[in-house]
Design a binder for this molecule. Structure first.
Ligand SMILES: [Zn+2]
Length: 201
């Protein structure tokens, strides 16, 4: 296994992380350099959230990934150059950590009015995740030759893709600069093939 990707200064590329239910934000982490409010973006997201499926959105210079898990929606926003697999890996870890820290089901079934202040300390955990993401070792960087760009491109792949795979090799589409390549990775996250594919949508 190759060494993990070096992702330093996550706070410089991640704009916000939000954990919400249907009616309110439970946790919102914003990058110290970010002044923007993301409330409007989140309303759109709530309308388009099927459980356990990652949704990707591009809004101007912002790249957004969100996923619904049980009754909560986990959202992350980042600079547009950040690859989706990195954002998915962060969200997966945030979900896991949030559910290890709080018994969400019990909290929401025990209280009629849940005050988001009870989740206040989770912002510190999000700071921790931001500062130590590299050590969590959730991402692998691979160098892939793109036949359209005619050069090697760094592609980031989340390691959880292996344990959730139903078959190998796993196909991953890397869409960039107006075209897309289909990359096949095996159970060691080694690249097994690359081809240019047509895009619609
Ligand atoms: Zn290319």
């Amino acid at each position: 296994m190759k060494k993990a990707a070096v992702l330093k200064n996550l706070e410089e590329i991640i704009n916000f992380i939000n954990i919400s239910n249907e009616t309110m934000t439970l946790v919102e982490w914003k990058s110290p350099r970010s002044f923007k409010s993301f409330i409007l973006d989140l309303n759109i997201i709530k309308e388009h959230a099927t459980e356990n499926i990652f949704f990707h959105l591009n809004k101007g210079n912002l790249k957004i990934v969100h996923i619904r898990k049980e009754d909560l929606i986990y959202t992350i926003g980042a600079e547009s150059h950040v690859q989706y697999q990195i954002l998915e890996a962060i969200l997966e870890h945030v979900y896991q950590s949030f559910n290890e820290t709080y018994d969400i089901k019990t909290i929401f079934s025990s209280y009629l009015d849940v005050n988001p202040i009870i989740f206040k300390n989770f912002k510190n955990e999000l700071d921790n995740i931001m500062n130590n993401f590299d050590e969590l070792n959730l991402i692998q960087k691979a160098d892939v030759y793109c036949p359209a760009c005619k050069k090697m491109m760094p592609v980031y792949i989340k390691k959880s893709i292996i344990k959730n795979a139903e078959f190998f090799p796993i196909p991953i589409v890397y869409s960039h600069q107006g075209h897309a390549i289909l990359i096949y990775v095996d159970q060691n996250l080694d690249i097994r093939g690359v081809e240019l594919v047509s895009i619609t949508g």
